[in-house]
Design a protein around this ligand. Structure first.
Ligand code: AMP
Length: 551
């Protein structure tokens, strides 16, 4: 890209320029309070009751929280962790922490204990805010790793599982409802979120104020998420997964009602909340909606207010799309990554297809979609050339833009995924003539089960630690409930014997139970490429229907 410096000309020779104000989260906050103060935030609490307040009252509590944070000694640049569900308190942290110049580290509550403590330590968290219902999880993680003494906890709700923890409400009580907000530089860090690496430790993505505001603006456009101020929006996607896809900033910014589901995400609880809060739009990974669909079918029920369901994180199963379509719910398929803040593409119908038959529109809507503004992309073949836009030829997807990460926190950019200002997504895609992206494969060695990552390489290494196993290749296969589940293909050492149940049981003692492969297939030898890598594409092809037929 051409990098001519035109700024100098504008401000000096031409004598005029625009205001240079920082794009920070404070702008969003100020806008929400001054323009949408009467709109509502609703949060379902652990006891099943709902808490509701207006954005104006939310603003007062955000100021109280900021005062409390300062009183606790939090300084600009400090990391403050959250370990929680989608709640109003979590939303308050999303604003107060970055708006005083500190960094909110949203921790994935599904990490296993060692990783939880590892990310607290790697981030250097000064303070950890924990939902009461999750306090025992954190206490266990700290006890397992004997790390508790290193962290200061604040519990949100009532729990005495974390000895010596402060109580969130007690910290806020009596604090002033105003705060002298600093004008935080737009390039300072606002949020830190770790994502699974193909192997080894999780990697931290550090979002800046600027990247966060630009992402919210682009996500809000009519050709991307396109929500309205009159919507009632239920983010089922967790606030510990890439900023709940930008919802905590986008929804208040447009003044829509925000409905936060808390810990209860079973299908009946989701259905009840949609109905009681007249939810018009929801967002989440397919697994939640597959379960909701089954419940609706069983009870012959409908969700009369729900019009739009944004599904991403994994590909939308066509049957889910069709079933929801029949119920008058329009599925909007989206693709993105933690490294992209996360939204990359959204599948909406382009003007050229406005009058196209349903089947044509359906085919496009099932693709991952068209790129959001401010995301540049290229799809390259193995020689580094652009693939044709024919919807057939697949290549590696690279992206670039102001909301795409340039490096990983405390790791840097000296990795093959960062090259010449571009980021390698690890997704293998096609692009058609109308600009619809479709994911056809993944070059990164990861399996995505119910929205959570499992590293194939880590699983393979664990399996190969078994005395009877010579080699193991782990692949992700389509699964009705979890979208994808791991399956291991294993070759045994000469003269060694082990059966599937005992190998699974052995694995279960070493890794989280939900990561144990659904099936272990024994073969004489695993097919390999010319350079000796496992030919996973061939394995995926061969066993494609293994889980669907046995499910
Ligand atoms: P994460 O950073 O955990 O959000 O994961 C990002 C990755 O999830 C992407 O690189 C894709 O491999 C996968 N992914 C996200 N959205 C979709 C989608 N709509 N269809 C298929 N895979 C997806």
């Amino acid at each position: 890209m051409n990098t001519l410096d035109t700024r100098l000309d504008l401000s000096t020779t031409l004598g005029g320029t625009m205001m240079d104000v920082p794009l920070n989260i404070g702008w969003v906050f100020e806008h929400v309070l001054r323009n949408h103060g009467s709109r509502q935030v609703v949060a379902r609490l652990d006891d099943g009751t709902t808490f509701r307040y207006t954005y104006a009252d939310f603003g007062k509590r955000v100021a109280q929280l900021a005062n409390a944070l300062v009183a606790l000694g939090v300084k600009p640049g400090d990391r403050v962790a959250s370990f929680g569900w989608n709640t109003h308190r979590h939303l308050e942290l999303y604003y107060a922490v970055p708006m005083i110049g500190a960094i909110l580290h949203t921790v994935n509550i599904r990490l296993f204990p060692e990783q939880v403590v590892w990310v607290f330590e790697h981030a250097g968290d000064k303070l950890v805010f924990v939902d009461a219902s999750l306090a025992p999880v954190v206490a266990r993680a700290c006890a397992t790793t004997q790390a508790e003494k290193n962290f200061s906890f604040v519990v949100m709700g009532e729990s005495d599982a974390l000895a010596g923890a402060d109580d969130y409400e007690a910290l806020l009580a009596g604090q002033p409802e105003e705060f002298p907000w600093p004008d935080v530089d737009e390039r300072s860090a606002a949020i830190l979120c770790y994502t699974s690496a193909t192997t080894g430790d999780p990697k931290g993505v550090l979002f800046t104020h600027r990247s966060t505001v630009l992402h919210a603006l682009c996500a809000g456009l009519s050709e991307t998420l396109g929500f309205k101020g009159s919507d009632s929006v239920l983010p089922v996607v967790p606030m510990f997964h890439v900023n709940a896809w930008g919802v905590p900033y986008l929804i208040p910014m447009i003044g829509a009602k925000l409905v936060l589901p808390g810990a209860k995400l079973d299908p009946q609880s989701v259905v009840d909340l949609v109905n009681s809060e007249a939810v018009t739009v929801s967002l989440g990974v397919p697994t939640v909606w597959l379960a909701v669909r089954d419940l609706l079918e069983k009870n012959d029920a409908y969700l009369p207010t729900l019009k739009t369901l944004v599904i991403g994180g994994s590909a939308v199963p066509p049957s889910l799309y069709d079933d929801l379509d029949k119920r008058g719910i329009s599925v909007v398929h989206a693709w993105g990554m933690t490294e992209m803040s996360p939204i990359g593409t959204v599948s909406r119908i382009v003007a050229e297809l406005a009058d196209a038959p349903h089947a044509v529109q359906r085919e496009k809507r099932l693709k991952q979609g068209r790129f959001a503004p401010l995301v540049a992309w290229k799809i390259l073949d193995e020689n580094g050339n652009d693939v044709p836009r024919d919807g057939k030829t697949a290549g590696d997807l690279w992206v670039r833009g102001p909301s795409v990460t340039a490096s990983y926190y405390r790791v840097g950019s000296d990795l093959p995924c960062f090259k010449d200002g571009w980021f390698h997504t690890g997704d293998v895609c096609t692009m058609d003539e109308l600009g619809y992206l479709q994911l056809v494969d993944r070059s990164k060695d990861l399996v995505k089960s119910g929205g959570e990552w499992i590293s194939s390489v880590d699983l393979e290494n664990t399996l190969m630690g078994h005395p009877a196993v010579r080699e193991a290749a782990v692949i992700g296969l389509p699964h009705e409930k979890w979208v994808e589940r791991p399956v291991a293909v294993v070759a045994l050492r000469d003269g060694q014997q082990v059966d599937e149940p005992s190998l699974k049981a052995w694995l279960g003692e070493r890794i989280a139970k939900w990561m144990v492969p659904d099936r272990i297939i024994f073969v004489d030898a695993i097919p390999r490429t010319g350079v000796g890598k496992f030919l996973k594409r061939e394995l995926r092809e061969k066993y494609r229907d293994l889980l669907s037929s046995s499910a």
